[in-house]
Design a protein around this ligand. Structure first.
Ligand code: GLC
Length: 587
């Protein structure tokens, strides 16, 4: 291309999009990171006891590498009381025997590093198990080393007492989240503050606005809360020294109590970020905050973007994937899912809210729309087909920020309904079933008998397994692999590439956005609806276009003289289009 033309092309692209902006000073490897979340009890069982383990995960690294994964996030692997799927930690410094040993963890990290991959653990920062040594000591008296690691009081309000009563009326009080306090009648005091279940006493990081009438509410600067902070650093240092590359921080936003604007907890994470930058600059901090506008300026490298708020939460009304309006984040009047053949979804709420958060935060770090997680229903459920899932994956894997694939979503593992609660999972069992590797009774997950498996396995008659999908060129697995390959080879489609919505939000189908870098530009157009759609968008300034990836069928046509570009998409289709040349500067 002639220099003049190249300069003009760059100028045209520049007026449409600012040059891609690199997220600030986070670890370099995050620029290309594609995460895979593993619920360790359900991934691969190497010793035949029916529960997944670390050597099992290590045995599957070639598979993960072939998929295009560059980093793992494991749900908690520490010694646990197993009242909340590992989120009730008894010993933060030791791998739970069900998963193996600390040495097995080092081996996993080493094997990942050999492949250029990374390992992130889950930092359960907000609470411990009520069987943790720190809690046992804290319970036994004041003025001991761990006494003030927790929050104790002899007085609670009548309303708080009423909550305790209501919890005890629940079918299983130990798996009920109702209320703030637990009656322990311990030598230390009568009640302790809990976070989630009563087996999860809250760690004491202090109160942002301590009430002078509540002497147990310590300021964040008090010795107890300061010691707890130091402990967090010790835990991270311990695992970093074993080769761990980062942490996803559980309940990161709620460590400091009575902190409505999150000012004090943000300061806490800013301190952690500084400490990380000085001591471990290449380790990642990922928030479970679900509010990148707060968490990224507070120092996190990545946070999850919540699509659709709880009704009444003030979050934008949007629903991309949720089919059951009454599930955890639903409500009777929540909008219809956008990714649905009925084509009754809206896109405006999402585009406006996402655009705002993305623009506010991209200089600080990355946001992520995960394919799923261990707390939410899987996207794959009736009446969705593999074709629907391909369109949804095209969306999720062409967004800016960091992709997170929840284990099994790459093969379309289905949400299971009607399963019993397992280790405090309640309704979350249905997204925690064993990974489906191959077509046998246990789906290749374990050599144990079926009745010994962590949760029942489902393979849809052997069709939804890694083995079957690897062999099928049209499988979701191969589609996802191709998408990740395309993403890995393109700065524009990658984590730092720019994103701008170019569709018309009043016409929800198709969804159309542009990804860009200094060198390349792509259009992604998606039609999850069951109807054929056509849309004219503003001219994107390209002379030529080429469809580089597709599922279903679509076209992209550039009209002469900048009269707009025309997109057509068959029902349930998606196209990724590469824009080339420069219309205005053709000689
Ligand atoms: C987080 C975890 C969830 C857990 C809760 C309490 O939200 O994702 O699984 O139950 O914290 O620790």
């Amino acid at each position: 291309m002639k220099l003049k033309k190249l300069l003009l092309l760059t100028a045209v692209a520049a007026c449409i999009l600012p040059a891609s902006l690199k997220a600030e000073a986070g670890p370099e490897w995050l620029k290309k990171a594609v995460f895979y979340q593993i619920y360790p009890s359900s991934y691969m069982d190497s010793d035949g006891n029916g529960i997944g383990d670390l050597p099992g995960i290590t045995s599957k690294l070639d598979y993960l590498q072939s998929l295009g994964i560059t980093a793992l996030w494991l749900n908690p692997i520490y010694v646990s009381g197993w009242q909340d799927g590992g989120y009730d930690v008894i010993d933060f410094y030791k791998v739970d025997p069900r998963f193996g040993t600390n040495t097995d963890l080092v081996t996993l990290a080493d094997e990942l590093h050999k492949r250029g991959m990374k390992l992130c653990l889950d930092l359960v920062a907000g609470h411990t198990s009520d069987k943790n040594e720190w809690f046992l000591q804290s319970k036994s008296g004041k003025d001991l080393r761990y006494s003030d690691y927790y929050i104790w009081t002899d007085e609670i309000t009548d309303a708080e007492k009423e909550q305790i009563k209501r919890r005890y009326e629940a079918p299983d009080p130990s798996a009920s989240t109702i209320g703030r306090f637990v009656e322990a009648n311990a030598p230390r005091a009568k009640y302790y503050e809990k976070n989630f279940y009563e087996s999860q006493p809250a760690l004491n990081y202090g109160y942002a606005n301590p009430d002078p009438n509540h002497p147990w509410e310590q300021p964040v600067t008090a010795p107890g809360p300061q010691a707890t902070r130091q402990e967090l650093k010790s835990i991270m240092t311990f695992w970093f020294s074993k080769g761990v590359d980062g942490f996803r921080v559980d309940l990161a936003s709620s460590l400091v109590k009575n902190d409505p604007d999150k000012k004090e907890v943000s300061k806490l994470w800013q301190e952690m970020r500084q400490w990380r930058d000085q001591n471990f600059p290449d380790r990642a901090l990922i928030a479970e905050w679900f509010n990148p506008d707060q968490s990224l300026p507070a120092g996190f490298d990545i946070d999850f973007y919540r699509v659709g708020g709880r009704p009444g939460s003030g979050a934008a009304p949007m629903n991309l994937f949720r089919l059951n309006s009454n599930n955890a984040f639903g409500g009777g009047n929540s909008p219809k899912a956008y990714f649905d053949r009925t084509g009754q979804g809206e896109i405006k709420g999402f585009v406006e809210a996402f655009d705002k958060t993305y623009s506010n935060t991209r200089e600080y770090g990355y946001l992520s729309l995960p394919t799923g997680n261990h707390d939410s229903e899987r996207m794959s459920q009736d009446p969705r087909t593999m074709q629907d899932l391909k369109v949804a994956m095209t969306f999720l894997l062409t967004l800016p920020g960091t992709p997170f694939i929840y284990y099994g979503d790459e093969i379309g593992m289905k949400q299971q309904f009607g399963l019993p609660s397992k280790e405090g999972s309640n309704q979350r069992s249905g997204c925690r079933t064993p990974m489906q590797w191959s077509d046998n009774e246990t789906a290749g997950f374990s050599t144990a008998s079926v009745d010994k498996l962590y949760l029942p396995v489902a393979t849809e008659k052997g069709t939804i397994t890694v083995e079957a999908e690897e062999k099928d060129p049209n499988s979701l697995l191969n589609y996802v692999k191709g998408l990740l390959k395309l993403r890995a080879g393109s700065e524009a489609l990658g984590n730092d590439g720019t994103w701008i919505y170019v569709g018309k939000t009043e016409q929800p189908y198709p969804m159309v956005y542009r990804r860009g870098s200094d060198y390349e530009d792509y259009i992604v157009a998606l039609n999850p609806s069951g109807k054929k759609v056509k849309a004219t968008i503003n001219a994107q300034g390209a002379a030529r276009s080429a469809i580089v990836y597709t599922t279903g069928k679509g076209t992209y046509k550039i009209q002469p003289k900048g009269k707009g570009d025309i997109i057509t998409l068959d029902p349930c289709s998606a196209i990724i289009v590469k824009l080339e040349g420069c219309q205005q500067c053709e000689e």
